[in-house]
Design a protein around this ligand. Sequence first.
Ligand SMILES: [Zn+2]
Length: 384
Amino acid sequence: MYDLPVLEPTDRFTALTTLNELRGIVLGDPIDHLPPGAELAAITEAAPDLKRELVASGMPSGVTTCDLITLPYPVSFGLWRAARSPAPFLWITNRMIVVQWDDAEGRQRTLLWEASDHEQGEYTPYFAKLKARNPLPESVLATEHGTVLGHLRSLGIAPEDVDYVAFDHLHTQDPRRLVGTTRPAPDLGSSEAPIAPWFPNAVLISQRREWESIRHLHPLQVPWYQPETYRDLPHDRLALVDGDVLLGPGVALIATPGHTAGNMSLALNTSSGVWTSSENGVAAESWAPRVSRIPGLRHWSVEWGQEVILNANTLEFASWQYNSMVLERLLADPAADAPVPQCFPSSELTRNRLAPGVSPTFTHGGIEHGQIRGTSLAGEDEAA
Ligand SMILES: [Zn+2]
């Protein structure tokens, strides 16, 4: 067991009611609450109610998407066994989604979804090994587009006005610079004092199951987590949830276990319909393989009768992940310009000359809605 405390879940968010019990998201319940096939049938029946509940709650005031970094990832993980690519790697672009809404008191709230500190993500055991073995210069493999703080500056959002940060799961994440630490962190250049947080007022929202996974890492999970980076987090900056919660009008976190036990998806009701976002799949067509032109995907889908292609680096609970992707597809509206659902892979497959045969047929690129409102940066600009 890893040296992390047991933390109680928060009750600060509104629980959504339709799917929690059905999926057995209560900690301590058996993990196979229902046989996977029965769960799939139950999800298919219940998803429209959950979608109605989300849509009835309203819409956020603004949503925008910011590119962070494009980097290689094994084809056999991203597209599991479906792609017939001769190349071992595909490329994905990590993106951050910024969501704003007005809460019940009329106060503007800001959520950063997938605000990865990608400099620190490199120390994830899997990526550290990959890097050590790679003979090519870094610049050939990865392209940085921007940083979390740089993008917020461009949007006029002051770091202190970020209320929430959340990830669909905590693979590769080192959250210390986001929410700060209670003790010095010499590896981050702070050997005397704790790390000052980028976001002094934000809480990191995670599923309780994700936290529990990190406390008890299994060998299948070890390559993907940086558990030591959670040890000195201030506990009041963590908000654990069990299952589906509504953060604000048209903004929900939906438990989508499978890729990890505590995986979740962002669901947004926007002017272009409902979107979901996660890393359950790496391409828009991962949720619609029958229309894919990536060699192998359509064939795989038809031959095996599979409706989705899993992002399969760990396959912690493959049938759950499959069901979760079907849930995302049932919640999302169809895209206006492509025959795929609005399931946005927050690490999206990106064309690269080193990856012939795995170019995406369709890309979403991001989610845009309403207006992102800058907050308190005006004064700082004058001072600068
Ligand atoms: Zn992952």
